[in-house]
Write a protein that binds this ligand. Structure first.
Ligand code: FAD
Length: 477
């Protein structure tokens, strides 16, 4: 399988001049940021693993302003990096060279909520957690939830097609996003902001932009179908001796909990060690090689409790799980969830982290962690596995005290070859961004990648939108 050769040179975009700044200041008075100290946080990604050198941060508030910015940048051949909450994990959210950063942070208005259909329409810069709070007051919830909810924005979620902790129950954003408003590279506004559940009037264009990582257009507004807030939520934290037992527990859980199952997540004992060491989070049960977080959400507390009780009894008596604890009240639910949600954060304290977000047939997902440990021996500081078992999505992370090119050479392409041999995906939910773009061929046929290139050329002929990201470099040479 081919890996595209990296192109480490700046593409021939123009550089920002004083006249350009004067134009931006005219349309964004006080929101054209050039103070290096204020631009700096937007040049560095959440993991502090990639850094750009942009000198201009633009903070539009309206779709019309985004349209004016892009129309101008396109005519001047200035590259633009759309940015939401800057929590992306593949280096897609920050510039590589001096691309102008277009932040959606001030586009944070809720535009409409229909309490009959449950459709929420809002600007792209709304922070996911704020949307959740807004909806909970109205007895609804967002169909997605993830550890970065306090900072990530709905536009960024859509641009990365974020999966997260509720995908098992509510499906992906390809199903729950009903409409998008976009600004194309030349400034044209594309209004696909439908709130209809059914609309087969030709191609479903919005789907192209879900997961396009800011390379095809800037998302300015989103309409999303939201589920009712469940009346009863339970979280169970269980321990298993083997991954086979964990998988059997998953099967049992699907069968016995059925429609109330809303999440089935796992972490291994190495993750627990990092949570204990770096975040001082205690293990609520006895030490086990594997831990499971199961969430149920339903509309009848008595019925849900009975189902959960039957399931736990069966799982314990058949020795699938060796220990466990149940939470029904909010504080304990939060505490159990944080063991799963804060693994990413714990890893950042362990050292430099090499992150892999892999989709595999569910029965194979932990084998990759075991094989990677064997393959790396004592070259890595920690090799940990956690993720969304219910979706066949493994987060494999390898840490070292500092950036280590020799370790990286040992991990890649091993991890990609292993994944391709199972017909897995080298990016389950984080996208390709800067870091994974050249490995796309491990998971996508070359004809499909070429078609992606044609679509990009049609929508953004000058390639100004998030250059160096998502598409492999051989399409840009
Ligand atoms: P950014 O990071 O700002 O941008 C991400 C990409 O989208 C970039 O390519 C950017 O150019 C583009 N973009 C952003 N906004 C727009 C826009 N309006 N229009 C066009 N393009 C845009 N991901 C999961 O899928 N599941 C998880 O469970 C999960 N957990 C996470 C936990 C933590 C602690 C962290 C730090 C990250 C996690 N992520 C997860 C990564 C995930 O991709 C992001 O958190 C989120 O979806 C990105 O949103 P953002 O607003 O921060 O976007």
């Amino acid at each position: 399988i081919q890996t595209a050769k990296p192109l480490w040179t700046r593409l021939p975009f123009c550089r920002v001049t004083e006249e350009d700044l004067a134009f931006f200041r005219k349309i964004l008075a006080g929101r054209t940021i050039v103070d290096p100290d204020l631009v700096e946080p937007s040049n560095v990604d959440w993991l502090k693993s990639v850094r750009g050198s942009s000198e201009v941060l633009l903070r539009p508030q309206t779709t019309e302003e985004v349209s004016q910015i892009l129309s101008y940048c396109n005519s001047r051949n200035l590259a633009v990096n759309p940015q939401g909450g800057n929590t992306g994990l593949v280096g897609g959210s920050v510039p590589v060279y001096d691309e102008i950063i277009l932040s959606t942070s001030l586009m944070n208005k809720i535009l409409d909520f229909d309490s009959i259909s449950g459709v929420l329409t809002c600007q792209a810069g709304c922070v996911l957690e704020n949307l959740s709070f807004y909806l909970e007051e109205r007895d609804y919830i967002m169909p997605l939830d993830l550890g970065a909810k306090g900072s990530c924005q709905i536009g960024g979620n859509v641009a990365t097609n974020a999966g997260g902790l509720r995908l098992l129950r509510y499906g992906s954003l390809h199903g729950t996003v009903l409409g998008l408003e976009l600004v194309l590279a030349d400034g044209q506004v594309l209004d696909c902001l439908s709130t209809l559940r059914k609309d087969n009037t030709g191609y479903d264009l919005k789907q192209l932009f879900i997961g396009s990582e800011g390379t095809l257009g800037v998302i300015t507004a989103v309409s999303v179908l939201c589920p009712r807030k469940p009346k009863s939520v339970n979280v169970v934290f269980l321990g298993c001796e083997t991954f086979e037992q964990l998988l059997k527990t998953f099967q049992l859980c699907k069968g016995m909990l059925g429609e109330i199952l809303s999440a089935f997540e796992f972490l291994d004992s190495e993750c627990m060690r990092l949570l204990n060491t770096h975040l001082k989070l205690p293990n609520p049960i006895s030490d086990c090689p594997f831990y499971i977080v199961i969430e149920t959400s339903g509309s009848d507390p008595t019925h849900d409790a009975q189902k959960l009780h039957n399931f736990l009894e069966e799982a314990m008596t058949s020795s699938l799980v060796s220990d466990g604890t149940v939470a029904t009240e909010e504080a304990k639910i939060k505490a159990l969830w944080s063991l799963r949600e804060r693994v990413t954060e714990a890893l950042t304290h362990d050292g430099f982290t090499y992150k892999y977000d892999i989709s595999l047939p569910v029965e194979r997902i932990y084998q990759l962690v075991t094989d990677m440990r064997k393959h790396l021996g004592n070259r890595a500081k920690s090799v940990v596995g956690y993720g969304h078992v219910g979706d066949g999505n493994l987060h494999l992370n390898v840490t070292s005290p500092s950036k280590d090119p020799a370790l990286l050479a040992a991990i890649e392409p091993f991890v990609y070859e292993w994944t391709a041999s199972c017909r897995g995906s080298i990016s389950a939910e984080h996208g390709l961004g800067l870091k994974k773009r050249n490995y796309i061929y491990y998971s996508k046929q070359s004809q499909a990648v070429a078609l992606m290139g044609n679509i990009k050329a049609m929508l953004d002929p000058k390639g100004i939108l998030n250059p160096y990201k998502t598409l492999p470099d051989n399409l840009k040479q």
